[in-house]
Ligand binder design. Sequence first.
Ligand code: FES
Ligand code: FES
Length: 165
Amino acid sequence: MSDKRDITLTVNNRSYSIRVEPRRTLVDAIREDCGQTGTHIGCEHGVCGACTVLVDGAPVRACLMFAVQAANKEIRTVEGLGSVDNLNPLQRAFMEHHALQCGFCTPGFLMLVTGVLEREPDIGDDELIDVLASNLCRCTGYQNIIKAVRAVAHDMRQARSNASA
Ligand code: FES
Ligand code: FES
């Protein structure tokens, strides 16, 4: 008898009815069962952050969560941020500040930062560095990632203060 479960994953507002073993990781389900391959797999044990997605708004390492745990929750991946023709501000900042080289780590950084800035829009520069230190990049040396994220955080603060002026 199969011990597979029928679950629904909601990824970027689209529902996927899938059948998975209880041990299937969320990242495998997103990539292989939902076909959303923008989320990358690096270490597969919670260290690198390449697989970071948002689950109900919180950054989660999708290699450490089972797909069944994410059933009926709101999952957001890099595909939901913007498109090649219409990058969102964070994606544009990564491009403008040369915050990627091979790009393998980039989806994880984008989702990590998106989740943090949505929850803590007034986060300070030092705290941002602490956040970014939780994901690994083997190419950039981090300086340009920090520049890109600081620029977006600054623009968001500016937009809020202009709106409340
Ligand atoms: S692949 Fe999930 S943290 Fe590295
Ligand atoms: S840009 Fe290559 S690992 Fe980060």
